[in-house]
Design a protein around this ligand. Structure first.
Ligand code: GUN
Length: 282
């Protein structure tokens, strides 16, 4: 029987630590604030944004919420970001993705001040990560490293196989695992001989966005598996990129979906907001 890595529990521990830190910061006159912008009515985005606002409330971070209609001109969104970049009460600015088709996501992300880029999506933040300079690290990759560390999984020298190459997860988590001295292989949906590569993996990060893409028998018995997938299976039930049923008794440890990586993303967003407040307060 594998160990189930409880992301919900670990994320609550992190939020409790942050809650104490925020209370202390407030006694020093620092009141962390996060602006959350949602454009349109994507139902998944509404749930994510709602969870982010709830986490802010739990930790003691003031959230400033902006819900813009789907037809909002891009220029209006850019103007709102400019205003928030100048607002001393706002330490972090988050624009929920995806944006409506008429908007250029990259242009919008680049408008956020790197000092308030708590999502870590700005090219300056990504560039800093790639050459080992300080900057915001995007929340899901940071949450994965935190999950491994708090579960006492040693990364140094280990074969880490990342399945997925997205800008939000696959690429940055690969850089972070490398920073932790892992030996990193990046695979994706078109990788040849994926099973051969997975059979060498001590740590697997599955972030390919395909339901149950990886089966238990492809993995080593002592592997630690972090499943970033958030998909619906053929019955409409939430599932990861790893077939949990075939993997759960086959590997050393695995994260469930839901209740694994998802809650960690939000905890790390809160951590980035507190960091931003500490370094940007005026
Ligand atoms: N859409 C899906 N994941 C994320 C995220 O981590 N941040 C933002 N801003 N949008 C998302």
């Amino acid at each position: 029987m594998s160990k189930i890595i409880d992301g919900k529990l670990i994320s609550t521990m992190i939020k409790d630590e942050l809650k104490e830190e925020v209370a202390l910061l407030k006694t020093q006159g620092i009141h962390p604030g996060l602006a959350v912008i949602l454009v349109g009515d994507n139902s998944a985005s509404q749930v994510y944004v709602g969870n982010k606002k709830k986490a802010c409330e739990y930790v003691g971070i003031k959230s400033f919420s902006y819900e813009l209609p789907i037809e909002t001109p891009e220029a209006d969104l850019l103007e709102l970001i400019d205003t928030l970049n100048r607002d001393d009460q706002v330490h972090g600015v988050l624009v929920q993705l995806p944006l409506p088709k008429h908007m250029d996501e990259q242009k919008v992300i680049m408008r956020i001040s790197p000092a308030k880029d708590v999502d870590g999506f700005h090219p300056q933040s990504v560039g800093a990560l790639s050459i080992g300079l300080p900057g915001f690290v995007s929340c899901t990759p940071a949450g994965i490293i935190e999950l491994l560390k708090r579960s006492h999984v040693d990364i140094v020298g280990k074969n880490c196989v990342v399945v997925g190459r997205s800008n939000i997860v696959g690429k940055p988590v690969s850089l972070l695992l490398l920073r932790e001295h892992g030996t990193v292989t990046i695979c994706h949906s078109r990788t040849n001989n994926l099973t051969d590569i997975l059979q060498q993996a001590d740590i697997v990060v599955a972030a390919v966005g395909i339901p149950k893409f990886i089966k238990g028998e492809q993995l080593k018995a002592d592997a630690v598996v972090i499943d970033v997938g958030m998909n619906r299976d053929e019955n409409g039930k939430l599932c990861g990129d790893v077939d949990f049923d075939s993997a759960k008794d086959h590997v050393a440890a695995i994260t469930p979906v839901p209740g694994g990586v998802g809650p960690m993303t939000i905890a790390m967003l809160m951590k980035n907001c507190v960091l931003a407040a500490k370094s940007n307060h005026c």
